[in-house]
Design a binder for this molecule. Structure first.
Ligand code: LLP
Length: 429
């Protein structure tokens, strides 16, 4: 469930009127609900109670320090993919020894940094990387904890850019070569084999592909565990999806069914599909959810600048753009769009909602039926908490947006809006 609701005609986040935040910080701006993040984390944690487990929040989804701090205080571990992410964890009061370090292209600087700080494990994706980590660990005279990512070759049925578990993807090592690679790792003197990892993709709404991957891998993990007794965990990755378009599916506009929508994969259904398969392993089970924790906990606020009617279409032009939220342009991602104040309640018309950037890909909605909007009105793009701000850029020299965290009836700015001076900082004339 998320904490964005209309009270009378005004859209609230928890106890705070979003219009008040828009008045104070301006638009565009990101707003997150602390309550939603906490609830998502706790519900998943609770659903997995029968397993010895750890939730390693995939911080690539949203890496604001305040959000990391919130999750660290909830007891989250973290899945990181760069030296910059490790730096953020340390700044946010998190601990390196509760981080797993993933990614196909770790650099020497990043590996050294992670070894010096003492990360819990490197999730390794190739033999070349295994050898490189071994060499660096030798130079530093430490043992590097490693897990190897298995590519289970299952189809997650998700967008091709966010599907990772097929053998044609760049991720992981094929099932057929697995024992051989673990043997090679065991022969390297500066490595400690700590686990096994997999991840099949993102935005998966059906428990089946998760169960399929786990079912396929459990016997293999069993074998590896017997061969390498230092193995203590099996990470089944992230990928639990959220419902972005409940109104589309149910055919009505009462969009806050986004809680337990029939199409939503609940933590309970997910746990039911995988836990019985995992339990007999007797290993610690790690999860790496990103989107599930923060996706429906954030909105992007924008103001309508102009309404432009052409013979073909009505374009509602807002002040946010693809550089602020790239998901529609990149994955044809769907985000519900609702007015902050719906007291005007106009008739719905078919429109495109677009930003000011000079590209035809700069849209948030195409041919969508939405109550007509007027210049000066403000809207919220829902479910923008994951892969929203973190994927933003300053394209068209548009400063990065502020981020606000709501907690009950209080709110605070957790990132200031960039200024024009910030935009050119570091550039040399
Ligand atoms: N673990 C690994 C190894 C990953 O590659 C990812 C995401 C996750 C965990 C977290 O996945 P999640 O639970 O958030 O689905 N920008 C795209 C999503 C990219 C996902 C990349 N990897 C989007 O906006 O849909």
């Amino acid at each position: 469930m998320h904490s964005f609701r209309y009270q009378q005609d005004r859209l609230f986040c928890e106890g705070v009127d979003l219009s008040a935040i828009a008045d104070a910080v301006g638009t565009p701006a990101y707003v997150y609900s602390a309550e939603t993040i906490r609830n998502n984390f706790r519900r998943l944690d609770h659903a997995l109670a029968e397993l010895d487990h750890a939730i390693c929040y995939a911080m690539k989804a949203n890496s604001n320090l305040a959000i990391l701090n919130l999750l660290a205080s909830e007891g989250a571990d973290f899945d990181i993919v760069s030296g910059g992410e490790l730096f953020r964890i340390l700044k946010a009061g998190g601990r390196a020894d509760r981080c797993t370090f993933a990614g196909v292209g770790k650099t020497r600087t990043e590996i050294e940094f992670a070894l010096r700080e003492g990360v819990y494990c490197f999730n390794v994706e190739s033999e070349a990387e295994l050898n490189f980590i071994n060499t660096i660990a030798g130079e530093l005279d430490v043992k590097a904890p490693v897990a190897i990512r298995i590519n289970p070759d299952v189809d997650a049925g998700t967008h091709k850019y966010i599907s990772t578990g097929k053998s044609r993807n760049k991720f992981g090592i094929g099932i057929d070569r697995f024992e051989e690679i673990y043997r090679a790792a065991a022969a390297l003197p500066h490595l400690l084999i700590r686990g096994v990892q997999t991840h099949i993709g993102s935005q998966i709404l059906d428990p089946k592909p998760f169960a399929e991957a786990v079912e396929k891998l459990v016997p293999l993990v069993q074998t590896l565990k017997a061969q390498h007794p230092t193995i203590e965990f099996f990470s089944i990755g992230g990928g639990i999806g959220i419902v972005y378009d409940p109104a589309l599916e149910s055919g009505d506009a009462s969009w806050w069914t986004a809680g337990d929508h029939p199409r939503r994969i609940t933590p309970e259904a997910y746990a039911e599909a995988v836990a019985p398969l995992l339990k007999p392993l007797g290993l610690k089970i790690l999860l790496e959810p990103g989107r599930f924790i923060v996706g429906n906990a954030g909105v992007l606020l924008a103001s309508v600048l102009y309404v432009k009617k052409t013979p073909a279409k009505t374009f509602t032009i807002v002040d946010a753009a693809m550089n602020d939220l790239i998901r529609p342009a990149l994955y044809e991602g769907y985000h519900e769009i609702h007015p902050l104040d719906k007291s005007a309640a106009r008739a719905a018309i078919v429109m495109d909602i677009v930003g000011p950037v000079c590209e035809s890909g700069d849209f948030f909605a195409q041919d969508r039926e939405i109550p007509a909007l007027e210049s000066g009105e403000r809207v919220a793009l829902l479910s923008a908490g994951a892969y929203g701000f973190v994927m933003s850029s300053t394209y068209n020299s548009r400063p990065l947006l502020p981020e606000v965290l709501v907690n009950g009836d209080k709110w605070s700015v957790i990132r200031e809006r960039q200024t024009y001076d910030d935009l050119v900082r570091g550039e040399i004339l």
